[in-house]
Design a protein around this ligand. Structure first.
Ligand SMILES: [Cu+2]
Length: 143
């Protein structure tokens, strides 16, 4: 077998197994159906940093919302408040869970109406320039 062919087979195997390269994965992404008459809502997901380095989430964009910001809900003096975050670091090997009542992506300025079962797309932006595009399904309540 010539060297060229070996290289091609190795490359093909790499595609099939995703090279098992360390990467950032996003699972269980969903967007809550915007309340009637509202053009904003929140998105939730699980983010897993499989790499050996700390990564920093710096923002996101979405197909169906003109504005996406990282928010954290917390209770301040007995009142629920949402704090915008400019970035979020995820340690090597760590997971972050965006959940109702905690971290979420604030989705504002909807550019089309979405409803239960619709698929939409979110693109996460990291400080190193990495972009991770994920599908998100629209649900009336937490799936
Ligand atoms: Cu919010």
């Amino acid at each position: 077998m010539n060297r060229h062919l070996v290289a091609i087979i190795a490359a093909a195997g790499c595609v099939l197994s995703a090279c098992s390269a360390p990467e950032v994965t996003v699972d269980n992404a969903w967007i809550r159906t915007p309340p009637p008459g509202m053009n904003m809502t929140a998105a939730y997901l699980d983010l897993h940093n499989h790499t050996a380095e700390t990564i920093t989430l710096v923002g996101a964009v979405a197909d169906d919302f003109a504005s996406v910001t990282i928010h954290e809900s917390r209770v301040v003096d007995g009142i629920w408040e949402m704090t915008p975050l400019t970035s979020l670091t995820i340690d090597a090997g760590a997971q972050l869970h965006f959940r109702p009542g905690g971290l979420h992506l604030m989705m504002q300025q909807a550019t089309r109406s979405v409803s239960q079962g619709d698929m939409t797309s979110i693109q996460l932006q990291f400080a190193d320039g990495k972009l991770v595009t994920i599908p998100a399904v629209v649900h009336d309540s937490a799936p």
